[in-house]
Design a protein around this ligand. Structure first.
Ligand SMILES: Nc1ncnc2c1ncn2[C@@H]1O[C@H](COP(=O)(O)OP(=O)(O)OP(=O)(O)O)[C@@H](O)[C@H]1O
Ligand SMILES: [Mg+2]
Length: 251
């Protein structure tokens, strides 16, 4: 049979409720290998819940197919070993460990086979990853002593350390200065190129979304409002009302 190759990630009718709150309401989306897909939507739209469910939180309905395999409901370490990693909106490194060992721990966690790697080798790999995220100047510093923007890059390093094919980014730009955000865009671009990463990127900064995404999915009250290329989505009146409108009203 001919036709387009199967998507890397195929999310079908995914639903997740918390009590009476429908955080995700039959959301379907696909991500092709090599794509950068943005996820936008107002606060509480269900963006982080989507990532939580993709990483092992049990949904109430729907299916997650990754590389052709149904991974719905697998445990988080199993999802990690299949090749999906995420960053957290609120970063939570081991504050009493060095930057290097935070990443080394993630390297070991990402190992597909038990006992295959020494701590020394994990630290070597961690050192190389710190260079990729421009955090290699003081690898022995405690993670708890990092500045805000550095903590973000450590969070990115820890996700990359598990050697994902699909990387889920939860607002990695939020709170960064313009210069820091520019730095982050460059780091992501390079990681993407050199590691052949596919990205699903939750992002509030519209300028960044427009610049780096091939495609954008808009969530609102747990539902997919629309999706398309950045210019199409920006022109979509419903998006302007639901998202850009509130942003303007809020800011
Ligand atoms: N663990 C939970 N328990 C109860 N309700 C939850 C839980 N996680 C999320 N929710 C609710 O689900 C809805 C979606 O939340 P979610 O965090 O996914 O939104 P979001 O789009 O990531 O928002 P933000 O832009 O503020 O990060 C919200 O109403 C939220 O209060
Ligand atoms: Mg969120």
């Amino acid at each position: 049979m001919s036709g387009a190759p199967a998507p890397l990630l195929d999310v079908r009718d995914l639903s997740k409720s918390f009590g009476g709150v429908r955080a995700l309401d039959r959301v379907s989306l696909t991500v092709d290998r090599g794509e950068v897909v943005g996820v936008i939507g107002p606060n509480g739209a269900g963006k982080t819940t989507l990532f939580n469910v993709l990483c092992g939180l049990a949904p109430n309905g729907g299916q997650i197919v990754f590389k052709g395999e149904d991974v719905t409901g697998l445990a988080s370490h199993q999802i990690c070993h299949r090749g999906i990693a995420r960053t957290f909106q609120l970063t939570r490194p081991f504050v009493e460990l060095s930057i290097l060992d935070n990443v080394a721990a993630a390297v070991l966690f990402g190992q597909r086979h038990d006992g295959a790697m020494s701590l020394r080798e994990a630290r070597d790999r961690a050192g190389a990853i710190l260079t990729e995220v421009k955090l290699d100047r003081r690898p022995a510093s405690l993670a708890g002593d990092l500045l805000f923007a550095e903590r973000r890059r450590l969070e990115l390093a820890r996700a990359v350390a598990t050697e994902p094919e699909l990387l889920l980014l939860d607002e990695v730009m939020a709170g960064l200065t313009v210069a820091e955000a520019q730095d982050m865009v460059e780091i992501l671009e390079k990681l993407r190129r050199e590691r052949q990463l596919t990205l699903l990127d939750i992002e509030h900064v519209m300028k960044v979304v427009m610049a780096i995404c091939d495609r954008i999915v808009v969530l609102n009250y747990g539902e997919k409002l629309c999706e398309g290329r950045p210019a199409e989505v920006a022109a979509h009146q419903a998006v302007i009302d639901a998202y850009l409108g509130t942003e303007r009203a809020g800011g």
